[in-house]
Design a protein around this ligand. Structure first.
Ligand SMILES: Nc1ncnc2c1ncn2[C@@H]1O[C@H](COP(=O)(O)OP(=O)(O)OP(=O)(O)O)[C@@H](O)[C@H]1O
Length: 189
């Protein structure tokens, strides 16, 4: 498998699963996500600590969705350029003979299509990382580095229209057991 794409809301447990996969898989897999690129960007390009401050990179915006005040991540021109580069960078890594675990918060079906276009004929596994909303909220509140409200907004939207090879539930399984489920699927399909 060239690339394993873990898709789920913030705090659903993607990074934890990615680390367990890296430990358990025989072959070496790189772990990459948009946070990898955010860490490379000049700080002035993003406004991720407070909502409603626009930026050329990524920022949070309060929107009324279905009558509810909701925080959504938005991107400016630079952010969109970074996102496209993130997709093609994964393909370049694969073309260099490397294997990759992508840890992503997809914008539903639209972003899966963008991944499929970028990945071409590389072998890939789309994994939905599911978590109950009450548990997402508990985890988000326990973290000091995540803005409150983002996990719940993403909870359903990230999965809308996405076709998965398998899903794992991190509200009922530990990260290591989710990783074992994924490896079982790869080995037996
Ligand atoms: N299967 C699990 N069971 C219980 N707690 C978990 C599980 N997976 C992750 N957690 C906890 O949830 C929190 C978020 O985990 P993690 O960083 O893996 O999520 P994430 O989906 O990568 O989040 P983000 O997209 O915000 O980076 C951490 O405190 C982690 O310890």
């Amino acid at each position: 498998m060239d690339v394993i794409i873990l898709n789920g809301a913030s705090s659903s447990g993607k990074s934890s699963i990615a680390k367990q996969l890296q430990a358990l898989l025989d072959e070496n897999y790189l772990h990459i996500g948009i946070d990898t690129f955010i860490a490379m960007m000049p700080q002035r390009c993003n406004a991720l600590t407070q909502p409603d401050q626009t930026a050329d990179g990524f920022y949070w915006k309060t929107e009324q969705i279905k009558g509810k005040q909701t925080l959504r991540i938005k991107s400016g021109d630079y952010g969109r350029q970074i996102n496209r580069a993130y997709h093609s960078c994964v393909k370049h890594l694969i073309n260099s003979g490397l294997k990759v675990i992508v840890d992503d918060v997809m914008n539903g079906q639209k972003e899966q299509q963008a991944w499929l276009a970028a990945l071409g004929d590389s072998s890939r596994l789309f994994v939905g990382v599911l978590c109950e909303e009450s548990e997402l909220l508990r985890r988000e509140n326990a973290r000091s580095d995540r803005i409150n409200g983002s996990a719940l907004e993403q909870a359903n939207r990230v999965h809308e229209g996405v076709n998965y090879d398998l899903t794992v539930s991190t509200s009922s399984l530990s990260a290591i057991d989710c990783a074992k489920q994924i490896i079982w699927h790869i080995t037996n399909n």
